[in-house]
Ligand binder design. Sequence first.
Ligand code: ADP
Ligand code: MG
Length: 292
Amino acid sequence: MSRIACFVERYNFSDPKEAMALQNFRRTAEKMGHTFNFLFREHLQEIPKYDAVFIRATTDPLYIAYVVSKEAWEMGLNVVDDPKSIQICGNKIHLYSLFKKYNVPHIPTIFLNKDEFHHKRIMEIFKTFGRPVVVKAPYTSFSRYVEKAACETSFREVAKRFFRRSDVLAVQEFMPTAFDWRVGVLNNEVLYVCKYMVPKGRWKHGAKRRGRPSFVWGRTVTLKRENAPAELKETALKACEVVGHGLYGVDIKEVNGNYVVVEVNDNPSIYAGNEDLRNRDVYEKIITYLVN
Ligand SMILES: Nc1ncnc2c1ncn2[C@@H]1O[C@H](COP(=O)(O)OP(=O)(O)O)[C@@H](O)[C@H]1O
Ligand SMILES: [Mg+2]
């Protein structure tokens, strides 16, 4: 019997599908003989009473969820997401560098330093990637600091804004697709496979703002993991291997039959009726991982 704390914030209960998924975690854990309590930020002093911490509140190296993760980790508890995964996934420069180093197929990316921010370099970038390009600040999530630029003027405008947040930006080839594959991975195994559809006229599958009711633009289409393309699953596992052994959601684009990784997310969203639709054992597998 293990005592599991699930670290949440109020907003985790504002979307009924997310609230239901959280209840499914609780029910599953209890059915398996464990205790499962929701832990809010007011009660962090209770962490030492637990054996495992499952973080569902938004993780970011600057948020309280990171403190929870770090504290639990240092006390030797099982923790998802672990602090290292939060740090890597929270920094796109770090993440893409690992993809480059370990040959994980990913969207063609270059890093742009503040001191290379001049006409000649911008022209080179357009020559390499074509137009538009996608510019990203390293610490983005929910698509907040991900924008397109098709000419030097707009590139300068976006980059100038993003350089206020970081000394280095990621610039990528623009690879629009009708959907992003989302592969849920736990401990080097595929948990679930979905398509996050990109709404007509948009190019990002969705956005959700911290502290707000979840706000998703696109539909989710779920496949049985057994029926998903083998190469897709291999690519997702390869991408997670360079990050860690926890729980991840890998975003992958399929372009002319090739799979290229957009990013690995820690703390992937799990909404009842979406990610769990074709593989109902998602809850059980995560609880089992937490208590082992
Ligand atoms: N190079 C790209 N080409 C086309 N679409 C992209 C590209 N990069 C990101 N996107 C789209 O934008 C979304 C957000 O980008 P992402 O890198 O995942 O940032 P965030 O961490 O903010 O979610 C992705 O899920 C994908 O749909
Ligand atoms: Mg993303």
